[in-house]
Design a protein around this ligand. Structure first.
Ligand SMILES: Cc1ncc(COP(=O)(O)O)c(CN[C@@H](CCC[C@H](N)C(=O)O)C(=O)O)c1O
Length: 426
């Protein structure tokens, strides 16, 4: 036998098992999580509406999921990756957990212009997945700081890792997380100088949900403060290729000194149509060290080699095609398509007299609701216009009073949604 069976003489009460439960103690951190993860909740409400109104013609401006097909050169890369598996000479099995060397080199060269080296690039199955892996590496004894509102994964994984106390029902904030306010008054970028010190600071730019991209000066300030405080900055650049405003940094490593305090997570999801294909990467600079002097890269490498078997070889072939000159051109065309959608949405709400943020360097616009509740507005729009959006409050208490609309729907759906919204709101 592979294991020593539990001696039948042991009292079953030791395991306090019953007919309907196991005898295993639940991880108490999961009990702290308030409700379900945001995006399945949005899908649940959409499906519940559809069940009640089976003839509804719902348009989704909610979950930021790409809708345009993968362009020919990138698709050919994926197909070539599949083809290679069919011949003995080109077949490959388990690859390096850090990613294929040619892809790590191309990411370093094409996307970072050599600012970081290939051995600092860890290829993965996506930015969301790497955020959890980074949390596994940081463990439970760190204090995290997040922008408020922000992509919910930073907070939820901090809770799951046991870094936090309970959710404060009054403030909707977890104890031991620093919520750094982002609002219209501060240009949706936190006042780090006056925020409580945290060990790990999560910044996302271009930002989800606000769609606002941080300026070089704001990021220089963030790097300076993190270095002074000995904090590690986790910079989520999943939307960087959407940046069109000159001078706005696409990577934190464009900032002097960032290699001594920052990690960058990134992804092919949003601009290569890879949300379902699954390909991302994380840059951990060799110079970044924990308090005891251990290179952070050493521990992240341990997480990757122990808990991940590498991104799919097929998908990594697709990644190589993305980074070819033809692939980069196709990506630019996809991004231009989505940014045009964002402009149509932004103009529509501006003409209706709303304050609109984001949308020029990101595929999200963030609409100020003039004091209206974001969940009520979400429900109102779903009921009256059959359009799915995402309430700002879903991204944290700081998002209350705002609504996020994503620009990923097909053009004709975006135009149709705007016509419906004009009827509902004007
Ligand atoms: C700031 C940021 N970082 C990472 C990701 C996910 O990247 P990945 O695809 O894992 O490489 C996202 C994707 N967010 C979208 C998709 C959400 C719904 C998806 N099921 C999810 O949970 O990520 C959204 O906010 O609508 C993001 O905004």
């Amino acid at each position: 036998a592979f294991f020593t069976p539990v001696p039948s003489t042991l009292p079953t009460s030791l395991y306090s098992a019953t007919e309907t439960t196991s005898g295993v103690q639940r991880n108490g951190n999961f009990a702290k999580l308030a409700g379900g993860y945001l995006f399945p909740e949005i899908a649940r409400r959409r499906n519940a509406f559809l069940e009640k109104n089976p003839d509804a013609n719902i348009i989704s401006l909610g979950i930021g999921d790409t809708t345009q097909p993968i362009p020919p050169n990138i698709l050919k890369g994926l197909l070539d990756g599949v083809g290679k598996l069919g011949a003995k000479e080109t077949y490959s099995g388990y690859g390096a957990e850090q990613g294929m060397a040619p892809l790590r080199e191309q990411i370093s060269k094409v996307l970072y212009d050599g600012l970081i080296s290939p051995d600092e690039v860890f290829v993965s199955d996506g930015a969301k997945c790497d955020i959890q892996r980074l949390q596994n590496m940081f463990g439970s004894q760190v204090r995290s700081a997040v922008q408020d509102p922000s992509y919910p994964v930073y907070v939820d994984t901090s809770v799951m890792m046991g870094q936090t106390g309970e959710l404060n029902e009054a403030t909707k904030q977890y104890d031991n997380i620093s919520y750094m306010e982002c609002n219209a008054e501060n240009g949706f970028f936190p006042d780090l100088e006056n925020s409580v010190r945290a060990d790990v600071v999560y910044l996302c730019s271009p930002n989800n949900p606000t769609g606002v991209a941080a300026t070089k000066e704001q990021l220089e300030n963030a790097v300076r403060i993190c270095k002074e405080r000995g904090s590690i900055l986790v910079f989520d650049a999943a939307y960087a290729p959407f940046i069109r405003t000159p001078g706005v940094p696409k990577s934190i490593f464009e900032i002097e000194g960032a290699k001594d305090c920052a990690i960058e997570v990134n992804s092919f999801s949003k601009y290569a149509g890879f949300t379902g294909v699954r390909l991302g990467w994380t840059v951990v600079p060799s110079s970044l060290k924990f308090k005891d002097g251990t290179p952070v890269k050493q521990d992240f490498n341990r997480v990757m080699t122990t808990s991940f078997n590498g991104a799919s070889n097929i998908v990594q072939a697709g990644g190589m095609a993305c980074l070819s000159p033809e692939g980069m051109k196709e990506i630019t065309e996809l991004i231009d398509y989505y940014l045009e959608n964002a402009k149509i949405l932004s103009d529509t709400f501006t003409k209706m007299g709303y304050d609109v943020y984001g949308g020029t360097d990101a595929p999200y616009i963030f609409v100020g609701l003039k004091g209206a509740s974001s969940w009520d507005t979400f429900s109102d729009i779903l009921e009256k216009a059959e359009v799915v959006t995402i309430p700002g409050a879903g991204f944290g208490p700081g998002g209350e009073g705002y609504l996020r609309l994503s620009a990923f729907a097909p053009r004709e759906s975006v135009v149709e949604a705007c016509e419906r919204l004009k009827k509902v709101f004007s």
